[in-house]
Design a binder for this molecule. Structure first.
Ligand code: PEP
Ligand code: MN
Length: 344
């Protein structure tokens, strides 16, 4: 349920409401707006008696049930966008960020090269999988710990925060030591034990949409993370399975405006995996931003033809530079901001 405080309520009244929420075993989520303060009380099916109890507390204006199955993710509980801040930029609330880098960390040389040029072209974060979720058990699985160490070196040199994938709950602690953002891949988007584990890891999470998930299911996955006390979640539309075979997946551009009307969380687009082919990555990225996305996560490789995974879709450096140039112009046309990371 959602508790709407009266205008001009006191801090003591608010704290009393929070204490009462905890007393009945619910989780409070306070959001302070300019006009009023809202307190989400998250728990299982509040009874009319319980709602009445809260209605009678001093300072409370209204108590309303939250209509959506996802609670903490909903715009009802937090009617303003979540803005996540990194040393290189922000995402959400009109701020756009770009994460870029290879699909997988393959070597020190390959990753450092990519890190240097994505930074030079204005990216805000370095992506790269150290643990790769591959459809075939015989395909390149990533360098593991060695890959994480290479990412750490790239971060030390460039200052770019790192986003990298975690595949299992047991890996979360290790990956969280190196990552600034923990990536949950499409194939793990409903691995509820993993979602709970990253909810407790104290790091922002980039959650990909599963390839056959509805948007409501996607937000329920985000809710698993939020309900563990981690409100720093980025949602990523990365294409879904449809009957179309020309592209690797079908980018669901409509997911962006729909999600943004349902949730306060930042919504990003991954144009690489739906395209499956580098020629189509730039148009999909621009379509996503035009639809309102708060960021991009893009694959680029110093020698894409030699990549050990997703070779066909990774951009060459010059194509990444072209993308960033177009992104800058589009973001300006949309009256949004794209931070210019300081080159160090
Ligand atoms: C990736 O980002 O390299 C990846 C495996 O993505 P997805 O989980 O969206 O397939
Ligand atoms: Mn990939």
């Amino acid at each position: 349920m959602l508790i709407v405080m009266k205008r001009g309520h006191t801090e003591e009244e608010l704290q009393e409401v929070v204490r009462e929420i905890e007393k009945v075993g619910y989780r409070p989520h306070v959001s302070r707006g300019v006009e009023t303060t809202l307190v989400g009380a998250i728990g299982r099916g509040p009874t009319p008696e319980l709602m009445e109890h809260f209605r009678a507390l001093p300072g409370v204006a209204e108590v309303i049930p939250i209509s959506k199955p996802y609670k903490l993710a909903s715009l009802e509980v937090q009617p303003f966008p979540t803005v996540l801040e990194f040393p290189t930029g922000k995402t959400g609330g009109g701020h756009v960020m770009v994460a870029a880098g290879p699909c997988g960390v393959e070597s020190r040389e390959q990753t450092l090269k990519a890190a240097r040029y994505v930074k030079a072209h204005g990216a805000h974060m370095l992506r790269g999988g150290a643990f790769k979720p591959r459809t075939s058990p015989y395909a390149f699985q990533g360098l593991g710990l060695e890959g994480l160490k290479i990412l750490a070196e790239a971060k030390r040199e460039t200052g770019l925060p790192i986003v990298t994938e975690v595949l299992s709950p047991e890996q979360v602690e290790l990956v969280a030591e190196y990552a600034d953002v923990l990536q949950i891949g499409a194939r793990n988007a409903q691995n509820f034990a993993l979602l709970q584990a990253v909810g407790e890891a104290g790091k922002p999470v980039l959650l990909k949409r599963g390839m056959s998930m509805t948007l409501e299911e996607f937000l329920m996955s985000a809710e698993y993370i939020l309900s563990r006390g981690n409100m720093r979640v980025i949602l990523v539309e990365r294409g879904i399975r449809t009957f179309e075979k020309a592209t690797r997946f079908t980018l669901d551009v409509s997911a962006v405006p729909v999600l943004k009307s349902w949730t306060h969380l930042p919504v990003w687009i991954d144009p690489s995996h739906p395209a499956g082919k580098r020629d189509w990555v730039i148009p999909l990225a621009l379509a996503g931003l035009a639809a309102g996305a708060d960021g991009l996560i893009v694959e680029t490789h110093p020698e894409p033809e030699k990549a050990l995974s997703d070779a066909a879709q990774q951009l060459h450096e010059h194509e990444f530079a072209e993308l960033m140039d177009k992104v800058r112009r589009l973001v300006a046309a949309l009256d949004k901001t794209l931070a210019t990371p300081v080159l160090g």
